[in-house]
Design a protein around this ligand. Structure first.
Ligand code: C5P
Length: 409
């Protein structure tokens, strides 16, 4: 992964008594040569002043979503992507709830919703607020989306109660940030296989059967896996896309060639089958089929192709630890894709509606449902590169979480 010359974070300061610790954190970050751009919420500014944040960070403090100067100098979208990491400190029960709900009613939440930069939160709240089922549900939602938590610690709080809820100390947060910025990418040492694009099944030396897949989503996944440190083999059907940098790309034409290239890439830790593989091939005519009379229409005999995803998913010592399939559907998406997951034996299915009206097939955006053994999660419509990054973040979490042996025996 390329590291920027100057590492920088966006520090979102919310309204809690622990906000004063954010000042100490800024000092520590600056000592480590890390640039800090502060964003402060309305409530945050009741606890620390923007002037203090500005003086310590040496940067302009962002607070107002609707400020015209903010928009002319740096809009909230640019701001959300301007750093290597976004840190929410202190993260109140309120901001966690608003993040989990996907609200965007102030600058902080808008930036957090618009970003595809990793997010680290340092919660700070009363013990009962921390333990409340609503907060715990929000935390589970955010963790499942890849948000990293540092703390809280157990101890005596400003409200005189004792228990979990006290914000981690600034040096602990600092260490987590430095580790995150300087540490190894999460899929270092892992190997991944990605299939992408259509397949072309020759009919004769000049004609073939194909489909409309562009390969964009699969290529983006291969790139995101490589950016996360994995060693990636991309087995691609015919596309107009260039080989993604840092990825070993194997170009194939037919489903059977794709199958052979996938088998050759085993063993691997992760397999993502994003290719739109033709279900059938024809035994190609050795010479171009000639048009003789208008009535003499040739009949093509279709022969089933191997199912690469189902083959990779079969229990075997060579089975990747995580096999992800795609399901392009035009109706009853969740239902059909869920059934496909079971039929193919893969762990996850990324399902999408490819009805022409969605503009997804061949487009730059995607709107998916991620289906695993526990259920179905709908992701909002976003750029295919963002889908890829988010999927890869989920893959990294999965691989870092011990799994019961039974599922993939
Ligand atoms: O069966 P269907 O084509 O709808 O399944 C889609 C999923 O199966 C995709 O992940 C696709 O890459 C994979 N597939 C495959 N080999 C096939 C057909 C589909 O790997 N022959």
């Amino acid at each position: 992964m390329t590291r920027r010359a100057e590492r920088s974070i966006l520090l979102v300061v919310c309204g809690g008594i622990a906000a004063y610790k954010a000042l100490e954190l800024i000092r520590g970050l600056r000592e480590h040569g890390i640039r800090v751009r502060p964003v402060i919420t309305e409530a945050g500014s009741r606890f620390v002043t923007p002037l203090s944040l500005q003086a310590l960070s040496g940067e302009r403090v962002f607070s107002d979503l609707f400020s015209l100067t903010d928009e002319s100098e740096m809009g909230h979208i640019a701001l959300s992507r301007s750093s290597d990491l976004i840190v929410v400190c202190p993260a109140t029960a309120d901001i966690l709830a608003r993040m989990a709900a996907g609200l965007a009613d102030d600058l902080a939440t808008t930036v957090l919703l618009a970003t595809d930069t990793p997010v680290l939160v340092a919660p700070a709240m009363n013990v009962r607020m921390w333990e409340h089922p609503a907060t715990q549900a929000n935390i589970a939602t955010l963790k499942a989306r890849g948000v990293e938590f540092i703390g809280p610690e157990v101890g005596r709080m400003a409200c005189n109660e004792t228990g979990p809820g006290r914000m981690a100390e600034p040096e602990t947060i600092l260490a987590a940030i430095v580790n995150r910025l300087d540490g190894e990418p999460p899929l270092t040492g892992r190997t991944a296989l990605v299939t992408a694009g259509p397949t072309h099944e020759p009919v004769d030396p000049v004609r073939y059967l194909a489909n409309r897949s562009s390969g964009v989503q699969g290529y983006a996944i291969a790139s995101a896996l490589a950016a996360a440190g994995a060693e990636v083999t991309l087995v691609s059907g015919p596309t107009t896309l260039p080989d993604p940098p840092g990825v070993r790309t194997v170009r194939v034409e037919t489903a059977r060639e794709m199958q052979a290239a996938c088998t050759a890439a085993l063993p691997c830790d992760i397999a993502v089958c994003a290719a739109a593989v033709a279900d059938w091939h024809v035994i190609p005519a050795p010479q171009k089929i000639k048009k003789t009379t208008p009535d003499a229409v040739p009949t093509l005999k279709l022969v089933p192709n191997p199912d690469i995803l189902a083959t990779l998913s079969q229990p075997s010592p060579m089975r990747p630890r995580l096999v992800v399939g795609f399901a392009a559907e035009t109706e009853h998406v969740a239902e059909h894709a869920g059934a496909k997951r079971l039929r193919k034996g893969c762990d996850w299915i990324v399902a999408n509606d490819v009805s022409p009206a969605t503009g997804i097939m061949g487009g730059t955006e995607n709107e998916i449902m991620l289906i695993d053994a526990t259920g179905c999660e709908h992701w909002p419509r976003m750029d295919k590169t963002q889908v890829a990054r988010r999927l890869v973040a989920r893959i990294a979490i999965f691989l870092h979480t011990p799994q019961p042996d039974s599922e993939i025996a």
